[in-house]
Ligand binder design. Structure first.
Ligand code: DP6
Length: 337
């Protein structure tokens, strides 16, 4: 018995930063992202006596699993079993499994893989237990979230929220689709200035977010207008509105990061140079393009189809950078069970 699932990363327009429960990865605020169509991660889950994880890079090389990685997958499996028990599927999933991860994420591009990995793991688990219980995509998003908060959003295609449900348990936040991948063809032209392994990963960052004096202000802004403005902009395909709210939110998240203790400085001089240059290009050419940065120096340029060629040319003109191109994608899928 085995199941295989495939998934992709997503790029957040309203960022998830900070939890109300670190253990359950319950976010302090709602967030919203666009699921990408590439790169893909494929994961097979099999029954096994002990937890075994084999992870292969896009060039086929096996990646060594650190103890920290192993512990994260073991914890995720334990939480998944608890969640399944809660929804009436006790013992649907075995106490240990073998996971085979085949990542199509090019090494060194600095694209976060945890969203693609844990959404694929969640889908593969759901495929494995399909003869005992059928889970909805929202329930699947809970399993993904228990491994990595942003992974919940990659369960769905198109434009997706991660929303607090008002409950405090494992189902305290679920992903929901705002609009499918057919709604609006947007591209993400990714400019990677340098690739250094992050000094402070997102998990550690979320845990100190509330030490920033600007954290509560951020949570309130998302709750009172930003998330809503972003949803409205997407539904109306209003790029200018999307640009304003997404850039405001990305810069605001970095302000919270930079004022937490210890302060987290993910943006570099290269990031600022690229942001300034794209802002000038946008003003001169009236181009529908927006920038957004996650927990790293990488600049994501989201643009409409009409602006794509100019943005791709702009990206390739940035010296010493690696460029990666993606578009809106269709979310995670079970490909074999
Ligand atoms: C800045 O989902 O990577 O990319 O739950 O610890 O895996 P973990 O955190 P993660 O956090 C994402 C942070 C972000 C913003 C976002 O994607 O919303």
């Amino acid at each position: 018995m085995s199941a295989t699932a495939i998934s992709t990363p997503n790029i957040a327009l309203i960022k998830y930063w900070g939890n109300r429960s670190n253990e359950l990865r319950l976010p302090a605020a709602d967030s919203l992202s666009m699921t990408l169509n590439t790169p893909t991660v494929e994961i097979t889950v099999d029954y096994a006596e002990d937890l075994i994880i084999r992870s292969y890079e896009s060039d086929g090389a096996e990646r060594e699993m650190t103890e920290k990685h192993m512990a994260r997958f073991a914890k995720h499996l334990e939480l998944t079993r608890q969640y399944l028990t809660q929804i009436g599927a006790e013992d649907a999933i075995p106490a240990s499994v073998q996971l085979t991860i085949r990542s199509g994420i090019p090494p060194g591009v600095g694209l976060a893989s945890s969203a693609a990995v844990f959404s694929a793991v969640a889908k593969a688990y759901v495929g494995l237990i399909a003869s005992s219980i059928i889970l909805t995509d929202e329930q699947t998003s809970v399993i993904a979230r228990l491994g990595s908060g942003s992974a919940a959003r990659s369960i769905f295609g198109g434009f997706v929220t991660l929303e607090n449900t008002g409950r405090n348990g494992m189902d305290g936040a679920v992903a929901k689709q705002v609009a499918s991948e057919d709604h609006w063809l947007l591209h993400d032209i990714v400019i990677i200035p340098s690739y250094d392994e992050k000094k402070v990963g997102s998990t550690e960052g979320h845990a100190i977010a509330q030490t920033s004096p600007h954290f509560m202000e951020r949570i309130e802004a998302i709750g009172s207008y930003r998330q809503k403005d972003c949803i409205d902009a997407i539904l109306a395909k209003d790029f200018e509105k999307l640009q304003k709210v997404a850039e405001e939110d990305s810069l605001n998240m970095h302000h919270v990061m930079e004022t937490s203790s210890p302060p987290l400085q993910y943006l570099t001089q290269d990031t600022h140079r690229i942001v300034d240059a794209v802002t000038r290009l946008r003003e001169e050419g009236h181009l529908p393009v927006l920038y957004t940065m996650d927990a790293g120096p990488t600049v994501h340029l989201l643009c409409t189809d009409e602006a794509r060629m100019q943005i791709v040319d702009f990206a390739h003109a940035q010296e010493g950078c690696t460029i990666f191109e993606a578009s809106v994608g269709s979310g995670s899928k079970i490909i074999q069970k």
